[in-house]
Design a binder for this molecule. Sequence first.
Ligand code: SF4
Ligand code: ZN
Length: 467
Amino acid sequence: MFEGIPVDVSPIYEGERIRKGQYYVELAGPKSKGAELARVLPMEEVEDEKVTIIGPDIDQMEEGKAYPFGLYVKIAGDDLETDLEGVFERKIHYYLNYIQGFMHLNSRDLIWCRISKDSFKKGLRLHHVGKVLIKMYKKEFNAVKKVEVIIYTDPKEVDKFIEEARSIYEKRDARLRGLKDEDADVFYSCLLCQSFAPSHICVITPNRPGGCGAVTWLEGRAAVKIDPNGPIGVIEKGKCLDPVKGEYEGVNRYVQEKSGGKIQRVFLYSLFDNPHTSCGCFEAIAFYIPEVDGIGIVHREFKGMTPIGLPFSTLAGQVGGGVQSNGFLGIAIEYMRSPKFLQADGGWYRVVWMPKALKERLKAAIPSELYEKIATEEDAKDLDSLKKYLYEKQHPVVKKLKEKESKEVTEEKKEEKVQEPQKEVIQQVQQIPVTMQAQPSTQIVPNFTIILKNAKIYAEKIIIKKK
Ligand code: SF4
Ligand code: ZN
């Protein structure tokens, strides 16, 4: 398919998994660091078809190790808007997975890549990776005129790049914060993840970015302009059926059609009943904790246990695949900054636990009176310690918990009162002889009789068995 690339490049490799023992090296990921960034720049700032590697290439890396990795794609074209950056950036995931023996997971500063031993042996190097990206953008988007790729593997350069990428992500996300779902004329959909989660449709609104965090409403708008038949489409909102839960007639109609009838209704701002589907590349998971009637949140980077005894990876396995899981939801980090964040369920006031790093990152979005009341892994490692912490801090969920507990106690008492007269005394005698026979093997114990004096025996059931 591609001249000058020593391995095959095709969508058939998209689902290829490169497991432990099969990879030559790992780039970015949990054992190292990295980021990817696509930018739309003026024509004169992009040197077409140029690939630059800053730091060691794969053949200078040690087998089995993980290395820092920054991937910067500069794009220029006549009618390209900067709003397209997120869409172009998301494409990196797909294009790199087309390369035989190259695996790319996640997005933004959470990327994780592996290069297989086989493809390394065939001669695959980082400059080939850059060349594939350049060709793919030009092939898929007529409006793209110039593409340049810079790959960083030098640790210091990667650090600088991650900082720069984060500031760009932040600027992109901030542009949308003033816009409300009510004000948008249409919503957008992204079907990119249907390749592995067939009934998954990301509904992208100003207050709710796609689960991967890479596609926002502005990017959706820019994408349909340059690629009207592409994976990003327009959703006519239709009538708002429930402004609190975020149910729209047009959204329901759209997901019914695109999921082949598997999904009937979607509540954009709730974790319950008809939550949004989750594919697999979400940045975080919101999960209901019934024991405290609260919501926990765990993000992809957190490697520890949540207080329900499951790590992110196990939860992700249960939540993903394009299904609606009541009480579980894959979300973008930016959605937690949205005024509509789980608003039907109480929003931040229902959040009881999240990793410390995530809590600090979202400090500005969390209501200040609530900040100390949300437990982290340092405050609560299991349900008991979580409950204790929430009571100590007087978290808003405690009020409801106390009400529920006192209601349960009253109901138990009521039940006792109601049940007592129903119990019938079926035998009330002064003395009941109970004769027990010793087992043949324990013949040393003689037969004996137990006498129950003044005993009252109540029974809900009498079972008579034939010997
Ligand atoms: Fe598109 Fe959603 Fe997949 Fe992101 S997670 S690529 S927005 S379908
Ligand atoms: Zn996805």
